[in-house]
Design a protein around this ligand. Structure first.
Ligand code: KIV
Length: 273
């Protein structure tokens, strides 16, 4: 694994713009999986507000609170040693005012131990990005299908199909890159849009459902690991499953329950005299 021992930072990621080796990012929400991702050599761990959907069972990211993000970031930080640690600013922790955004990001860094924060939007949040960067907080942007705007989009739908959307995504990415963002997540857009953005900004681009031209990729941990019940086999087109952990865990739970019910667990060796 190249550079396996050196700490990954916002600056070291930024320096990998258009590099030969792409940046690999995954989400995590607790210390167990953060440690596994860190040991596997992932470049960055994102404590995404996707926690609302994959951990809390909500149908969108909107209900996630700042306190919850601080909590999850802090427990992930105990497992993220080498990997760069980024935390999401949740919905309405930064949209109402720049002061809100500065204070919320400050909590993610001070209490959560995040090394950078991620926020959604472009032109509308550019001034906040500038202020965060001046305050010493590295910022990862997020454009395209931004899940906190799910109601405006009418669902988690592909963005950037029309010329107007394409131009807006490019303008948004330029605005936050110019404001000092070191990285930008580009979500669920045609690959040509992501390629255009990647060529247009000095920030590194991290794609999810955005094709191969980005400087790196991010996936939600549960999607990558196949952490869903055995009877669910639907997945978004952009997800590749590297494991079937839902099936493995389900089978282990069932075997345990069978052993307990039949009196096979615990054995004499698993008991104290
Ligand atoms: O919340 C999240 O996990 C994210 C990724 C999908 C990029 O924003």
């Amino acid at each position: 694994m190249p550079g396996a021992s050196s700490k990954v930072t916002a600056a070291s990621l930024r320096a990998r713009k258009a590099g030969a080796e792409k940046i690999a990012v995954v989400t995590a929400y607790d210390v167990v999986f953060a440690r596994l991702a860190d040991e596997a050599g992932l470049d960055a761990i994102l404590v995404g507000d996707s926690v609302g959907m994959v951990v809390q069972g909500e149908s969108s990211t909107l209900p996630v609170t700042l306190d919850e993000m601080v909590y999850h970031t802090r427990i992930v930080s105990r497992g993220a040693g080498r990997a760069h640690l980024v935390a999401d600013l949740p919905f309405m922790s930064y949209q109402a005012s720049i002061e809100d955004g500065l204070r919320a990001a400050g909590r993610l860094v001070k209490e959560g131990r995040a090394e950078a924060v991620k926020l959604e939007g472009g032109v509308a949040v550019a001034e906040l990005v500038r202020r965060l960067v001046s305050a010493g907080i590295p910022v990862m942007g997020h454009v395209g299908m931004t899940p906190q705007s799910v109601h405006q989009f009418g669902g988690f739908k592909l963005q950037g199909r029309t010329e107007e959307q394409r131009a807006r995504i490019l303008e948004d990415a330029r605005a936050i890159s110019d404001a000092g963002a070191y990285a930008i997540v580009i979500e669920t857009v045609p690959q040509s849009v992501a390629a255009e953005v990647t060529g247009a900004v000095p920030a590194v681009t991290i794609g999810i459902g955005a094709g191969r031209a980005c400087d790196g990729q991010v996936l939600v941990m549960h999607d990558l690991l196949g952490l869903e019940p055995a009877d669910v086999d639907w997945k978004p087109r952009f997800v590749r499953r590297y494991a079937k952990m839902g099936q493995t865990v389900g089978a282990a739970f069932k075997a345990y329950a069978d052993d307990v019910r039949a009196g096979r667990f615990p054995s004499a060796e698993e008991s104290y005299d």
